[in-house]
Design a protein around this ligand. Structure first.
Ligand SMILES: [Ca+2]
Ligand SMILES: [Cu+2]
Length: 382
């Protein structure tokens, strides 16, 4: 394999990690020495003005009298304040990075069932066995899609997190992501790896259409971004996290994120119990019974990603009912890429780099790009 050309290939494929782009832009401006020296505790203080912008969540009263489908919980829906406070919810000392999740705006969603965990390898395998489905990462990329890549580089594969040998400047995410030939959902770390013993781990290396195909087969669908956030907030109002406002209540982590020096080899201390990805259900569920709604793996949601969607909803001055996302995707950082929203953050989220395990914040991914920190969960209408 020619590593050099792979970088070009990776650049095209890697847009999933472009959650990092906005960060990069800010660091370039703020590279003045004093940045990011704050401790986690300082970064995550509850801002004094945050509550004022959130109005109380009003849950629907209706509850189905039949049992929820297996592995799903009922989310009542209702009216809530969605999004984040841009000034205060940021990548630590770097303000404004989460501005795509501002302003806070009022939304109503109908009730629905939601998977209590991210879709696991075991569940995904059932789908593949039943349908013969082949994921995008398992399909040979074509010249049409990657005109710049040479023929020998057009091989199946996916993007895998790879710790750096030593400390690096965090302004270039290609330092810790590699395009791994032969990586796919069955081989999460490359062709030699397997999912044996990882039946209960969330499936990864799935792109939007893979997630959608699974959902359809299961008689479900992907949540809208509003449904996702309503569910993640667990009926609470304006919290920073899915479980409250304290990152570590009683000193205990509530989600699988990243502690230690990012992204260096052996840097992940696993203080939260896990280095790297974790099986599902290792932390307490949120108030609606949802596990790992923060951290572990990002979750594809239905909506197109548009940087100013929340702004447009807020400007309408109305309570938006069952929003389905914008009509078109738009990310000024890379306008040519077709993106949908990711939510929840992953096992790689750290206050040194990306704090999007915070419940009101957003991620995004190119719709045909897979990686080992992105999965999904489904919903089902009543
Ligand atoms: Ca961890
Ligand atoms: Cu993150």
């Amino acid at each position: 394999m020619k590593n050099k050309t792979f970088w070009i290939f990776a650049l095209l494929t890697l847009s999933i990690i472009s959650i990092a782009y906005s960060y990069t832009r800010f660091t370039n401006k703020e590279e003045k020495g004093e940045k990011a020296e704050k401790t986690a505790a300082e970064c995550h203080e509850v801002p004094s003005n945050i509550e004022s912008e959130f109005k109380p969540t009003v849950e629907n009263k209706f509850k189905p009298d039949t049992k929820a489908p297996k592995g799903m919980v009922w989310i009542p829906g209702g009216e809530f304040s969605m999004g984040t406070n841009v000034e205060d919810e940021s990548l630590c000392s770097i303000k404004g990075v989460t501005k795509d999740a501002a302003p806070i705006h009022r939304v109503y969603v109908d009730g629905y069932y939601m998977d209590e965990t991210e879709v696991t390898n075991e569940e995904f395998e059932k789908f593949v066995k039943a349908t013969g489905y082949v994921t995008v990462a398992e399909q040979k990329p074509t010249k049409e899609e990657f005109p710049m890549a040479s023929e020998e580089d057009l091989v199946t594969g996916s993007v895998v997190f790879t710790p750096t040998p030593k400390a690096v400047n965090l302004n270039n995410f290609l330092q810790w992501w590699r395009y791994e030939p032969g990586a796919d959902w069955r081989h999460p770390d490359g062709p030699q790896s397997t999912i044996k013993g990882k039946e209960k781990y969330p499936v990864v290396h799935v792109v939007y259409e893979d997630a959608e195909a699974y959902a359809k087969w299961a008689g479900k669908r992907l949540p809208t971004e509003a449904e996702w956030e309503f569910a993640a907030r667990g009926g609470k109002t304006g919290n920073l996290y899915a479980w409250g406002n304290d990152l570590k209540p009683q000193g205990k982590f509530q989600a699988n994120i990243y502690q230690g020096h990012f992204p260096i080899k052996d840097g992940d201390t696993g203080e939260d119990g896990f280095k790297g990805i974790a099986p599902t259900k290792q932390y307490a569920p949120n108030a609606y019974g949802l596990y790992d709604i923060a951290g572990n793996v990002w979750e594809w949601v239905h909506d197109w990603y548009s940087v100013d969607y929340y702004k447009s909803l807020a400007e309408s001055g109305k309570v938006t009912k069952n929003p389905q996302g914008p009509d078109a995707y738009y990310d000024p950082n890379d306008p040519a890429e077709i993106k949908r929203v990711h939510r929840g953050g992953s096992f790689l989220c750290t206050d040194q780099y990306c704090t999007r395990y915070m419940v009101g914040t957003r991620g995004k991914g190119e719709i045909r790009s897979a990686a080992n920190h992105v999965g999904f969960r489904c919903v089902k209408s009543k």
